[in-house]
Design a protein around this ligand. Structure first.
Ligand SMILES: NC(=O)c1ccc[n+]([C@@H]2O[C@H](COP(=O)([O-])OP(=O)(O)OC[C@H]3O[C@@H](n4cnc5c(N)ncnc54)[C@H](O)[C@@H]3O)[C@@H](O)[C@H]2O)c1
Length: 433
């Protein structure tokens, strides 16, 4: 079979991650065009994939004007720049791989769903969690009925203190006006996942949460606005020096930053590749000296929450509670699922099934070694999502896609309702929306 062809719109962190699938599986997927305003990222991707110069664009709008050049498009622009390219590319007949969130308001999400249906193209929203081997095993266990009826679920998203500082205080998702509420930008995956596990619709939702810590008034006396100049950096866990000049994936040892930065892992990956396209000690230092990631976490213009809880009631009375918090090491999500005949606990890699009748525990190791962060490919989710989407396009069969238009629209509505509940301090019924 001929490989599926794909255009990348937005060759940032996610665009590059999905394009990597074509390098690893050239017999399945070929990247034939790229649209990206950033010169270095654009040139890098074009070179890696050997893209013809006349198919390298600095803006996705150019694709609107030319004839269709591929089977599919991956839309990996920032949250507020999803709707326009999604609708336009659907109209041109491209199948869409669309980064989450679909868009930042319900009307735009609906417009995308309407466009893919009207133009009979497939849509896969990048809810990578649905595709991980861990989720596949968990979903099979639940569907096989080993714990009976699911009565309630408790789910924790440990965003992580340094990840919060990186993405939601200093980075792209720190301001609602330019991205989305954090529940949408970070945890639409989780509400989508809970809906997927429940296998039922959510009927009612409530939520509380706020920005407590990363505020001007929490700044320690004597701190400066940029971390490289700050005399408190040794005592601040959020210092950019602490985060970017050491390996964030390992315990911090000693004070030799140059040495520690390169011990036990490459910096040519997330989060360092967000600071600069070619991370090295010198380019990282320059980015911290001049760019947004070197700012004090108490002197940024962030406004998204740093902790939030959501409570949900599903059809049949099943309940779920969800906590998203910055104030924890960044680890895999933790989940407990309480059923009428047993309980399953999961930590992103292992599943522990306790059976009430036999009083035994069975452990399933899903071997998700790489971890659930973007750097780890979301525990196999990125790879499995791409594999499913490419198979769907190659076989013209949407059943490979687990995160299509209707299921994604439903779980996005849960997020919009939870945000409304938080702001208006009340319970929202999804049936009334
Ligand atoms: N599925 C997941 O687990 C996951 C993880 C992280 C981020 N995301 C989502 O992926 C999306 C992209 O995130 P990212 O981390 O790659 O961000 P990024 O900023 O690294 O990449 C976005 C890219 O879009 C480019 N862009 C801007 N305007 C453009 C235009 N007119 N035409 C073409 N390209 C344009 C930017 O230059 C940038 O390189 C966001 O919506 C984010 O919420 C999803």
């Amino acid at each position: 079979m001929k490989p599926v062809t794909m255009v990348i719109i937005g060759a940032g962190s996610r665009g590059r991650a999905y394009a990597r699938y074509a390098l690893e599986h050239p017999e399945q997927l070929q990247i034939v065009a790229v649209a990206e305003p950033g010169e270095e990222y654009r040139a890098h991707l074009a070179e890696q994939h050997n893209i013809r110069p006349d198919r390298v664009y600095s803006d996705w709008q150019a694709l609107r004007k030319c004839k269709k050049v591929a089977d599919a498009v991956a839309i990996c622009t920032q949250d507020d720049l999803h709707k326009e390219p999604a609708v336009a590319m659907a109209k041109k007949g491209y199948h869409l791989l669309l980064e989450k969130p679909m868009s930042v308001n319900p009307d735009d999400c609906q417009a995308i769903v309407d466009a893919v249906k009207a133009h009979k193209v497939m849509l896969s929203v990048c809810h990578v969690l649905r595709y991980t081997p861990y989720t596949v095993r968990l979903k099979n266990l639940l569907d096989s009925g080993v714990i009976g009826d699911i009565c309630s679920i408790q789910h924790l998203e440990p965003v992580g203190y340094w990840h919060q500082a990186h993405a939601f205080v200093r980075g792209n998702w720190s301001k609602e006006a330019v991205s989305a509420p954090m529940l949408m930008s970070k945890a639409c995956h989780d509400l989508d996942w809970l809906r997927y596990l429940a296998g039922k619709s959510c009927l009612q939702i409530s939520s509380f949460g706020q920005l407590s810590h990363f505020r001007q008034e929490q700044k320690p006396a004597g701190g400066s606005d940029r971390c490289l100049d700050c005399k408190l950096s040794e005592t601040c866990p959020y210092s950019a020096q602490n985060i970017y000049l050491y390996n964030v994936y390992k315990p911090r040892v000693g004070n030799n930053t140059t040495e520690k930065l390169f011990v036990g892992g490459s910096v040519k990956q997330w989060p360092w590749d967000v600071l600069t396209p070619e991370p090295s000690y010198e380019t990282i230092i320059e980015a911290l000296r001049t760019g947004p990631y070197g700012r004090c976490v108490y002197a940024c213009d962030n406004d998204v929450v740093d902790h939030q809880v959501v409570n949900m009631q599903f059809e049949g009375g099943m309940t779920a509670s969800f906590t998203m918090t910055a104030f924890i090491p960044m680890t895999d999500r933790k989940t407990s699922i309480f059923g009428s005949r047993g309980r399953i606990e999961g930590d992103g890699r292992k599943l522990y099934w306790y059976d009430f009748l036999s009083r035994t525990e069975t452990v399933y190791d899903t071997h998700a070694f790489a971890g659930s962060s973007a750097a780890g490919g979301h525990a196999g989710g990125d790879e499995a999502l791409m594999k499913a989407f490419v198979a769907a396009v190659a076989n013209n069969d949407p059943s490979y896609i687990l995160s299509g238009p209707d299921e994604t629209m439903e779980s996005h509505r849960m997020v919009f309702a939870a945000e409304q509940a938080r702001r208006e301090n009340r319970v929202i019924s999804l049936q009334c929306l």
